[in-house]
Design a protein around this ligand. Sequence first.
Ligand SMILES: Cc1cc2nc3c(=O)[nH]c(=O)nc-3n(C[C@H](O)[C@H](O)[C@H](O)COP(=O)(O)O)c2cc1C
Length: 333
Amino acid sequence: MSLNFWEEFKSDIYSLAPMEDVTDTVFREVVLSVATPGLLNVLFTEFCSTDGLCHPVGQKKVAHRFYVNPSERALLKEKGVKLVAQIWGSKPEKFSQAVKFLTSEFEFDGIDINMGCPVKKIVKQGACSALIGKPELAREIFQATRENTELPVSIKTRTGLKKHNTEEWISEVISWKPAAVILHCRTQTDQSDRPADWTQMNIAVELRNSIAPEIPLIGNGDIFSMEDAQRFMIQTAAEGVMFGRGIFQNPWLFNESLSERTPSEKIELLWKHASLFEETWGRSKNFSLLKRFFKIYVSSFGNSAKLKNELMNVNSLEEVHDILNSFNSSIPE
Ligand SMILES: Cc1cc2nc3c(=O)[nH]c(=O)nc-3n(C[C@H](O)[C@H](O)[C@H](O)COP(=O)(O)O)c2cc1C
């Protein structure tokens, strides 16, 4: 049996983007718990440094990024969703070492190499999107990774540095024959501010068709709803999509029902998230990391602004409990 799960999905592949401080085991489980089977196929961890993974002290610091709760594991299995670990770095030997460790000590379905992050302090180290300007090193990194794992290795990247350079860069990436390519349709300098240019995916699809038609292409950038996803796949003929910030607008993004959620449903999911966070991380992560999430559950219902304000000042699960309790008793039956 092939270990390459990407081969199981022919088209309409739906995934949630790797997002630092967002897609930990807790949030992934929350999203999974309300996803309709078949409408979410692949989840990604937060990115993790290969330098960190190869260092005895660093390893302890970054290990939380790859932690998977047993309850998430059970849901992944039940809903047939794959989990991919994302790594980044600039030295091929660190990728070899990190990926051996990852493959032997963890249970991921695939490895993804970050060749897209535009954050300055990372680019300065010659990693992530900086690799777009160093195709030889990028290839060495891919090869060092692939040679040291049986898991499928995908690449998540952008279209260029200052300008779109899709023809040249994506031809290069496809020539390595990765298991999949996730193309964020922006350049490095676009950050996430400028609109994504979906036509770059049309260029990538054409190239891929002539070089290696078997490699799935997944598009990313300004895909905020299932409607956008359909439009993207029809316009570009890509095999799948990756949603990023769209999940902040709607945690039910991967649910077949398009109806607006009731305040009670939103509050219930918020509580699930906060209590699972506390159970999983205790005091090892800052409780205020949850505040960015409260906003996504508490929106567009009467009194939501007041509730949101109150939640912005909490520091513990008990405080969340008390605020939600008094709010719940004010919801009409
Ligand atoms: C808070 C945040 C954290 C992110 N962290 C990562 C990361 O760890 N790895 C990665 O490849 N991309 C990361 N990204 C980029 C997203 O994966 C995605 O490519 C980007 O948000 C564009 O998609 P969108 O327009 O649908 O949001 C992050 C984005 C956000 C908003």
